[in-house]
Design a protein around this ligand. Structure first.
Ligand code: ADP
Ligand code: MG
Length: 244
């Protein structure tokens, strides 16, 4: 039996602005096992990004418990949070969040720069990942010279370079056309098949149906949590590893 990689118990989060408190997450319970591919759905403003930011240790929560790889994650210094993120988490965003004045290779290599890996080594690793994602010949192009699908593949490569256990993707296909969205989902499925847990926020049903489980948020609580027809793990005996 695989074990919990993410466990959330009675999680609460409010935003305070001035004298107003907005209670966004009202006691969530979520258990995600290592190797799962899960989607989080819910209408705009339902707290999907808030939840993802907490899971990625980009933001604090107010009440409850959050365990990442069985480690209790609580208010901690930014330095410690960054160390946890480096070790466990890769992020993918709707707007790609690439650095506009750095080329594809440099963007992919960036997490290793923050880890103090020397330039030669990090660029070599970045090129290797770009190659696996079919983008090798684009290594020296700037984001502005790439299509949306190419940019998201660069962002996926960047999320993978520090060998995370979990990929958190906030509407990764939100800015892409259908065809390109499906290509990106194929890559994320391959990433998942290599053993990495993948959590995707989306408001598109067809995208959510490509994951194994759909968690729906509504009014700050979990409205439903059910397996999809894609229930089976696509874990291959010989994982075609995008990583290794
Ligand atoms: P979703 O991603 O599901 O669209 P969010 O998690 O981004 O929803 O936001 C949930 C609610 O919290 C929204 O009403 C939003 O306006 C509010 N919110 C999000 N971030 C902040 C913030 N930093 N400060 C105050 N309110 C916020
Ligand atoms: Mg959002």
């Amino acid at each position: 039996m695989s074990q919990s990689i993410i466990r959330v118990n009675e999680l609460h989060k409010s935003y305070i602005t001035g004298s107003n408190a907005l209670h966004v997450l009202k006691g969530l319970n979520i258990d995600i096992h290592e190797g799962e591919m899960v989607s989080i759905m819910g209408s705009s403003g339902s707290g999907k990004s808030t939840l993802l930011n907490i899971l990625g240790i980009l933001d604090n929560y107010d009440k409850g418990k959050f365990y990442l790889n069985n480690i209790l994650i609580q208010k901690m210094s930014e330095r410690k949070a960054a160390a946890f993120r480096n070790k466990y988490i890769g992020f993918i965003f709707q707007s790609f969040n690439l650095i506009s004045f750095k080329n594809a290779m440099e963007n992919v290599a960036l997490p290793l720069y923050y880890q103090g890996v020397n330039r030669k080594k990090r660029n070599a690793k970045a090129l290797e990942l770009l190659d696996r994602l079919g983008l090798k010949e684009w290594w020296n192009h700037l984001p502005s010279e790439l299509s949306g699908g190419q940019k998201q593949r660069i962002a996926i490569a960047r999320s993978l370079i520090s060998k995370p256990k979990v990929i958190l993707a906030d509407e990764p296909t939100g800015a892409l056309d259908t065809q390109t969205s499906y290509e990106v989902m194929d890559i994320l499925k391959e990433v998942n098949a290599s053993g990495i847990t993948v959590i995707i926020v989306t408001h598109e049903n067809d995208i959510a149906e490509m994951t194994q489980r759909i968690i729906r948020l509504k009014d700050g609580i979990i409205e439903s949590n059910h397996r999809t027809a894609t229930n089976h793990h696509t874990q291959l005996s010989q994982p075609k590893s995008i990583l290794s």
